[in-house]
Every structure is written in structure tokens, then in C-alpha cells.
Design a protein around this ligand. Structure first.
Ligand SMILES: Cc1cc2nc3c(=O)[nH]c(=O)nc-3n(C[C@H](O)[C@H](O)[C@H](O)COP(=O)(O)OP(=O)(O)OC[C@H]3O[C@@H](n4cnc5c(N)ncnc54)[C@H](O)[C@@H]3O)c2cc1C
Length: 430
């Protein structure tokens, strides 16, 4: 099975091929009312809806395709703690609430694995740790980050070059951090499991139902879709890297960047024990980031930067396979059956954004390529806010969305940034 309504070059997804059961809700075909309407059925929207329903609110969720269709069902399945920015920087910038941001996102993987257990989600979940592997020029930064987390009581281990090589079964990294909070899931199965849990908690989920317009009514908001409207006291927009014209402030607050992945068939017995024998997930500190792991079926999965044109995508997939062979020469001769990709939503400050655009109109966007755990945790924060909690008391700040200047030229900008990142990695600077 491939990803429906996606270009062929990006649709051969391992996760679509191996998810237990696609959950396809009905299409909205009538007018409905609810306390809350969530727009977007990725992890952000599903976690918001689930937690709001568990808190007793009536919730309608509408998804333009099917739950998990976007980045949530396509990602590397790496469940990673924290934000892209280090704890010290977050606290220095945000003060008291910064401490809560660090705590909530640091504990986000535990929330994911707890939800999986609590709702019996069958998604190959393993919490064996996250190896953050560093090239020589990234090692000091990585060690500093580990020290910051250790001050907060997190038991992160520094790995030497030899220990890193042993844990990975390959690669030539200068060292690494082993963060025990991280782990891996089959991300589409996780997203579909969240949808099933939300439906069980009473959320009415509609698929193939795109929000086309938003209007303020006398007692809340009216969300218009092709065949029905939802009247809701509050609306949560969770459309991330797939944000369209529905709300320009949301769309122009993030830049969608493509990330792509390749995966093999299950590795044969003579190769399998070698590569990541402990089942950790790995990402590196390169500016042109590589991330890799094995899935529950023993396939090797590797991801990195994507591209926009067909020809450039071909080159990007080839580059990814080349990197995989450089790190793990024992993969030589393995067929790469799967190749796919999706949109990461990047923000200028590299932080996710929680916003209230107007009274009762909320947004959670900009997960910056680290959303499996963070979107789960911030969806819960969003649900708390929708339940009436004051912004100052939340675990994450509610901020105004700033428009990115020259947004429609972003592809050119992204290309320049990617070229610069690749050059910095090659020159070992930055
Ligand atoms: C290839 C790739 C690899 C990644 N790897 C990792 C990883 O290993 N670990 C990690 O933590 N993060 C990873 N990420 C990032 C992570 O997947 C995202 O941060 C996270 O899934 C964001 O979830 P979301 O719900 O905010 O957005 P999405 O999952 O993108 O969901 C947005 C949804 O909104 C829907 N939508 C859009 N417009 C409308 C509308 N008008 N009406 C109704 N619905 C609408 C879309 O159809 C989509 O389903 C990766 C991302 C990609 C693309």
C-alpha cells in the first residue's frame, strides 16, 4: 500500500505498508455542534482531541485526508525528548515558564509510551534510548547539552567513539549521547491508535473533510467543509506543514520543508545482529541531519533532507542510500524497497508555536521535525487551554504568531539554507 493522494516519488511508505488497519472515518455530511472543533488529524490534533474528550468536552475532529496522513504517519518514528533548543537557552529566554517547557517536553516520550500502554496501541513501541551521534565538530555541543540535562536529573550517558561504534554497529562518529528517554514507534500505527483512542473517548472523527473556511459566529466559530459545517465554541488548528489557505497567519508562520526516508526489507540473519543490536534510535548532529533505526520487523530505516523537483528528489534518495552504505557497509546488496517523504514545519525560532489567534481560535504548529513526542505533549497542553486554563499556568507559552517575511519565496530560501548546511558539514564548521 502507498500513501494516497501523494506524488509517486514520495508515496512508497514502509509505515503505510505495515500499519495494522487503516482507520478511515466517515466524511462529514451534515451540520454539527461541539464544544471544540479540531482541524487536522496528525499527532497534534489527535492528542488535543483525545485529551479534551477525556476532560469531558464534546469534540469533532476533521482531517482533509485520513488520520496520520501527514507527517505524523510518515516520520522516522523516533520518540525524542526535549526541544531543538537546549534547556539553558529555553529557560534563559522564557524564564519561569521555560522551566515548565523543558520539563514537559523532556517527559514527552514517557507520555507517548504511557498512552501506548494505556490504550493498548499496537505500534512496535520500544523505549531503548536515543543515540545522538556527533561528528568531531559537533561533540562539544552535544556534551554540553548532556551536562545541562544531567543537572536536571536526567541520566544521559556520554559515549566515546568506540562505544558509539559498538552501539551502532557502524559509523565513524566522534562520540555520542545515549538518552534513555527516547525510543521508537511505527508512527502511522501510533497515529491510528491515537485516533482509535480518541474515538473511544467520544471524539467524532471525520476523514476526507477539509476545513475550507472559518467564520466567527454569535457563540463561537463556524468551520465550513464541502458537505457540512461544524459550530464550535473553540477551534484548534493543527495543520502544521500542510497548512493551506484556511488561515494565512498559520500558513505564513511556518516553512514546510521536505524530509525523506528509505527502508530495506527485513535484514537477513547474518546482517541483523550487527546493526543497532540494542534497538536504539539514532540521529546525528550534522546540519544536514541523518536519522536512522531498525523497525520492529528488522528493516533498516534512514532519513534525511529531501528536495522539491523530481530530479532533485531522485538525487536525494540516492544520496541517502549512499550515506547508509558509508555508515554500514554491511548493508551492501540489500534492496531498498521503500522510499517516501513528507513535510516538516519549520519556524524561525525552531520552537513549536501555541497561539490564540482570536478569542476561541487556537493553533498548535511548527513542530520542527521533532514532533512525535512534542506534538503529543503539546496537544495535551492545548487541551488544557481549551478546558479554560489560564495561559500563564500552562506548561508551554501562548504566543502571537509572527509572519515570515517573503514567505512565498521560501523554497529558494530553503535550498540556500540546505546548501549552506551541507557545506558547513563538509568543512566541519558551525
Ligand atoms: C519524513 C519525516 C520524518 C520525521 N521524523 C521524525 C522523527 O523521527 N521523530 C520526530 O519526533 N519527528 C519527526 N518528524 C516530524 C513529525 O512527524 C511532526 O513534527 C509531527 O508529525 C507533526 O504532527 P502534526 O499533527 O502537527 O502535523 P501532521 O502530522 O503533518 O498533520 C497535519 C494534518 O492536517 C491536515 N490538514 C491540513 N489542512 C487541513 C484542513 N484545511 N482541513 C483538515 N485537515 C487539514 C493534513 O492532512 C495533515 O494530516 C518527521 C517528519 C517527516 C516529514
Amino acid at each position: 500500500m502507498t500513501i494516497s493522494n501523494e506524488i509517486g516519488a514520495l508515496a512508497q511508505s514502509l509505515w503505510t505498508a505495515t500499519a495494522p488497519e487503516p482507520t478511515v472515518g466517515p466524511v462529514l455530511g451534515e451540520d454539527l455542534s461541539a464544544d471544540i472543533c479540531v482541524i487536522g488529524g496528525g499527532i497534534s490534533g489527535l492528542s488535543t482531541a483525545l485529551h479534551a474528550a477525556e476532560a469531558g468536552q464534546s469534540v469533532v475532529l476533521i482531517e482533509a485526508e485520513t488520520p496520520g496522513w501527514g507527517a505524523s504517519g510518515r516520520n522516522g518514528g523516533q520518540v525524542l525528548p526535549g526541544l531543538k533548543e537546549n534547556p539553558r537557552e529555553v529557560v534563559a529566554h522564557f524564564g519561569e515558564i521555560g522551566k515548565r517547557m523543558v520539563a514537559a517536553t523532556g517527559a514527552a516520550p514517557d507520555l507517548v509510551f504511557d498512552l501506548i500502554r494505556r490504550h493498548g496501541i499496537d505500534c512496535g513501541a520500544r523505549q531503548e534510548g536515543w543515540v545522538h551521534a556527533a561528528a568531531a565538530h559537533g561533540l562539544d555541543g552535544a556534551r554540553d547539552r548532556a551536562a545541562q540535562w544531567r543537572v536536571l536529573g536526567v541520566d544521559i550517558h556520554d559515549l566515546s567513539a568506540a562505544e558509539t561504534r559498538e552501539m551502532l554497529g557502524g559509523g565513524q562518529y566522534a562520540g555520542a549521547l545515549l538518552d534513555p528517554r527516547g525510543g521508537g514507534v511505527q508512527p502511522l500505527a501510533y497515529s491510528q491508535g491515537l485516533a482509535a483512542a480518541a474515538a473511544k473517548a467520544g471524539v467524532r472523527i471525520f476523514a476526507q473533510t477539509r476545513a475550507e473556511a472559518l467564520a466567527q459566529g454569535s457563540d463561537g466559530w463556524i468551520v465550513t467543509t464541502p458537505k457540512g459545517r461544524v459550530r464550535a465554541g473553540q477551534v484548534a488548528i493543527c495543520t502544521n506543514g500542510y497548512s493551506g489557505p484556511l488561515d494565512q497567519r498559520v500558513k505564513r508562520n511556518v516553512i514546510p520543508i521536505r524530509s525523506i526516508q528509505v527502508a530495506t526489507d527485513p535484514l537477513p540473519a547474518e546482517v541483523t545482529p550487527d546493526i543497532l543490536p540494542g534497538g536504539q534510535v539514532v540521529s546525528d548532529t550534522q546540519k544536514h541531519l541523518l536519522y536512522f533505526r531498525r523497525d520492529a520487523g528488522g528493516r533498516f530505516v534512514m532519513g534525511g533532507a529531501g528536495a522539491y523537483t523530481d530530479a532533485a528528489l531522485e538525487r536525494a534518495f540516492d544520496r541517502l542510500k549512499r550515506h547508509a552504505l558509508e555508515l554500514f557497509p554491511q548493508l551492501k546488496g540489500q534492496a531498498w524497497r521503500y522510499r517516501w517523504g513528507g513535510n516538516v514545519a519549520v519556524t524561525v525560532d525552531h520552537l513549536p508555536h501555541l497561539a490564540e489567534l482570536a478569542p476561541g481560535l487556537h493553533a498548535l504548529i511548527g513542530l520542527n521535525g521533532r514532533g512525535v513526542a512534542a506534538a503529543t505533549a503539546l496537544g495535551r497542553v492545548m487541551a488544557t487551554r481549551l478546558g479554560g486554563e489560564r495561559p500563564e499556568a500552562l506548561e508551554y507559552p501562548v504566543r502571537d504568531l509572527k509572519l515570515i517575511p517573503f514567505h512565498r519565496f521560501h523554497r529558494h530560501g530553503v535550498k540556500m539554507v540546505m546548501l549552506w548546511a551541507a557545506l558547513q558539514d563538509r568543512l566541519k564548521i558551525g
